[in-house]
Write a protein that binds this ligand. Structure first.
Ligand SMILES: CC(C)(COP(=O)(O)OP(=O)(O)OC[C@H]1O[C@@H](n2cnc3c(N)ncnc32)[C@H](O)[C@@H]1OP(=O)(O)O)[C@@H](O)C(=O)NCCC(=O)NCCS
Length: 137
């Protein structure tokens, strides 16, 4: 299991439901991607002055399947800040009740996503040097 001690608290936490499954009965990859995106946005918003939009998702690795009833937590931390962009690492953990009645903690997915700081009308906007410095970038 990857060390997530420098990620802080999970950005999102949600229980999976039968409506989120694909045709093989596991949780649909698109549902997991939306959770990843939400967690990434929450992390990026700490740096953004107004709002962010997603420009890219890269290196999405579905390491293990997610099952109905798993409690899915998304951890996210900002890796770097550019002129207008914010690069975020997201790690997804599933808490699963095993047959024996104890909880397993499984690292199921990881991703890197990039967000762009934009104005309310969607125009890209540079992130100030002061905000970068405040966050250690
Ligand atoms: C976000 C948007 C305003 C950026 O405008 P743009 O003219 O394409 O911007 P640029 O090409 O100058 O790139 C902006 C930043 O993103 C980065 N970027 C661009 N393409 C990228 C990619 N494929 N991967 C990672 N970063 C990327 C650039 O390096 C730049 O970073 P910097 O300013 O820190 O140097 C525009 O692309 C847009 O509106 N996209 C749609 C967003 C959207 O609807 N997302 C889905 C729902 S939230």
């Amino acid at each position: 299991m990857q060390d997530l001690s420098d990620f802080g608290e999970p950005r999102t936490k949600i229980v999976t439901l039968p409506k989120d499954t694909n045709s093989s009965g596991n949780i649909f990859g698109g549902w997991i991607l939306s959770q990843i995106d939400l967690a990434g946005v929450i992390a990026a918003q700490e740096i953004a002055s107004e709002q962010v939009v997603t420009i890219s998702m890269e290196e999405v690795i579905f390491k293990r399947p997610v099952f109905v009833g798993d409690v899915v937590s998304c951890y996210a931390k900002v890796l770097g800040v550019g002129n207008t962009s914010i690069r975020v690492q997201i790690e997804v953990i599933a808490l699963r009740l095993s047959g024996e009645g104890f909880r397993e903690r499984l690292h199921v997915t990881s991703a890197i996503a990039t967000y762009v700081n934009v104005t309310k009308d969607g125009q890209k906007k540079p992130i100030s040097a002061e905000i970068k410095r405040l966050h250690g970038f």
